[in-house]
Design a binder for this molecule. Sequence first.
Ligand code: NAD
Length: 510
Amino acid sequence: MTALPPDDFATVLQRCGIDLPALSGTDIAVRSPIDGTGLARLAARPAAGMPAVIGRAAEAFESWRLTPAPVRGELVRLWGEELRRAKADIGHVVSREVGKIVQEGLGEVQEAVDICEFALGLSRQLHGKTIVSERPGHRIMEQYHPLGPVAIITAFNFPSAVFAWNAALALVCGNPVIFKPSEKAPLSGLATFKALERAIAQFTAQFGERAPAGLAQIALGGSDVAEALVDSPQIALVSATGSSRMGRTVGPRVAARFGKRILELGGNNAMVVTPAADLDLAVRAIVFSAVGTAGQRCTTLRRLIVHRDIKQALLDKLLKAYASLRIGDPLQPGTLVGPLIDQAAFHAMQDSLAQAKQQGGTVLTGGQRVLEERFPQGFYVAPAIVDMPGQTTIVRHETFAPLLYVLAYEDLAQAIALNNDVPQGLSSCIFSNDLREVETFLSAAGSDCGMANVNIGPSGAEIGGAFGGEKETGGDRESGSDAWKQYMRRTTNTINYSRELPLAQGIHFG
Ligand code: NAD
């Protein structure tokens, strides 16, 4: 039994503004990973209808790009307010649909609120530089202009926040958005999108015609719908979050038409624990980042690289902590580990465990299915820790489950080499109170990841920093810092206010 009976869930969806009968169809079967209950059957948008959707966005761009950025900021402010109001409901939809514990479902919506506030501030700061000219009576400046329609393709595991990260920035930067949520989590995406629609309605009431039809659209469906966005020359930027497999297809297709892209792909994140670490702090961080969201975060801790002298002491503490993990219904207070998204994820984890054993690994704890009697259609696992003799093939692969490999190292250079010697480059961290070790890990000779943390795990980033990673993670950034620049086009303007026409580099012509 879950905390809420299904009819109450229907009420939650209604409060989120989701009209299930109007969306019903046979294309997308949404089920809760908690117990396998069917939550909805939805109609997908036919891929053949996508040119019309894209056309509406292109039309909306014509006027939205001319709306002053601080006025555009008002829209995301209103969106943030709507999300705040609906936080408990959207958080519940996220928990129900992807199996996150209540705290994480709420945290995801809070991230969406946070990025709206960040984008509101940005709406008055989209400025370029003024640059000195080598020529008398000249000035050079940069401007950032809106880019065009932005397609947002999201993964199942952050079905609300990743849409908001992208849409809040895109809208403030003057771009319409088309959202293609994961087919595994369309309800969370819809709930977040509905809050944006309510904000648009309020904005229109306040400003009249300034929020054009086609400013924000949602297209439910699978990869065919996504591909229509990927291939359209009218889509100025494709922001795609998901597996490296997906990125390997999307990246070259967008490049083939010289489009812009933001790829946020798989991670294989490590923590280095040195003899100078606070082990108790490290254990707390390992538990949150390795088992939180049932190991289904792109930033989940997957590799623990620990100095051989402290390995056993750390493992003793860690195994004790793992023994007390509360696995179960994510809607129940006190649960720390919910289910995997589906049976395929369970099989992928079992397959990786089998390969790890073949490659010399020893399972120290976990890995087995649990709660099968209570939830025959829910795939709950005991988080696994596997001691590995080295960084074998399976360790270099992202398995989207709570599966933590342990590797021993002898000196810091070796630990950093292990951290970097994987195809992915998203997040990393070091636990150490030794300044030399810490600064080396953060230096040019240190971690090669997009994110490198100190005395904090690799997951759970704040929106203020730029988020993303190198290598097979995609190489792009979104969310905070200056990631907004990817949603705009930069123009460099040279202005001559003299009566002469001197050429640069001292060239005399004629
Ligand atoms: P997925 O790749 O199966 O699907 C992600 C999205 O891509 C879905 O909307 C899907 O419909 C779409 N898609 C699939 N094939 C496509 C194609 N050929 N063309 C266009 N679109 C296509 O990923 P998932 O299982 O939903 O999510 C888990 C993966 O996402 C993990 O690898 C995880 O690390 C990654 N992820 C990365 C980040 C990040 O910011 N780096 C964040 C969340 C998840």
